[in-house]
Design a protein. Structure first.
Lengths: 114, 112
């Protein structure tokens, strides 16, 4: 069964350092999402892509976060510089099309900022 | 801002008991999904409901979508320790934005 791949699974960094997360969606899925999940809460959307275009990045802290999906397939989420409050699970999800609600999630990257 | 409220936040029960988890919003959903998440893992989709009044069953899990499409419930019959986890409801609204808005989850612990 096709799955969403994410790496790394765990990342520990010091504040002010740069970190990057990678996501490979299910093959053929045009829509890709990055969510952040703080411990004890539900995931919150950071950015949504349709193919290579950003559809919604209204909740992305653009002073330190950036996301790209250059060829409309895999995606990278970057944080520079990392802050203590960025410690969270970063989840990637994909769906067939923008108007398809069913999203499939990857295993996530657990980020700890010291 | 469209909000999803889940209740209860925490639930600890004995194996064999029944339970119900609720998900409510003041807005009408275009669809609603239930996920289960284990520690350190991503959410795994359990079900998607679309039609008001819809009832779906997945083994011992029964999902119901309210007639007005503003609320949903998840009922587990004869809970087992393997049901332990975080249950999340997530809704999409008719705004054209297809990303999901998640509730804060119900953490279920089933004691053997």
């Amino acid at each position: 069964e096709a799955e969403v791949a994410q790496s790394p699974r765990y990342k520990i960094t010091e504040k002010s350092q740069a970190v990057a997360f990678w996501c490979d969606p299910i093959s053929g899925h045009a829509t890709l999402y990055w969510y952040r999940q703080i411990l004890g809460q539900g995931p919150e959307l950071l950015v949504q892509f349709q193919d290579e275009s950003v559809v919604d990045d209204s909740q992305l802290p653009k002073d330190r976060f950036s996301a790209e999906r250059l060829k409309g397939v895999d995606s990278t989420l970057k944080i520079q510089p990392a802050e203590l409050g960025d410690s969270a699970m970063y989840l990637c999800a994909s769906s067939l099309a923008q108007r398809t609600d069913t999203q499939y999630f990857g295993p996530g990257t657990r980020l700890t900022v010291l | 801002t469209q909000l999803l409220e889940q209740s209860p936040q925490f639930l600890s029960i004995q194996e064999g008991e029944n339970l119900t988890v609720y998900c409510n919003s003041s807005s009408v959903f275009s669809s609603l999904q239930w996920y289960r998440q284990e520690p350190g893992e991503g959410p795994v989709l359990l079900v998607t409901v679309v039609t008001g009044g819809e009832v779906k069953k997945l083994k011992r899990l029964t999902f119901q979508f309210g007639d007005a499409r503003k609320d949903s419930s998840l009922h587990i019959t004869a809970a087992q320790p393997g049901d332990t986890g975080l249950y999340l409801c997530a809704g999409a609204w008719d705004t054209g934005r297809r990303a999901l808005t998640f509730g804060s989850g119900t953490r279920l612990q089933v004691q053997p």
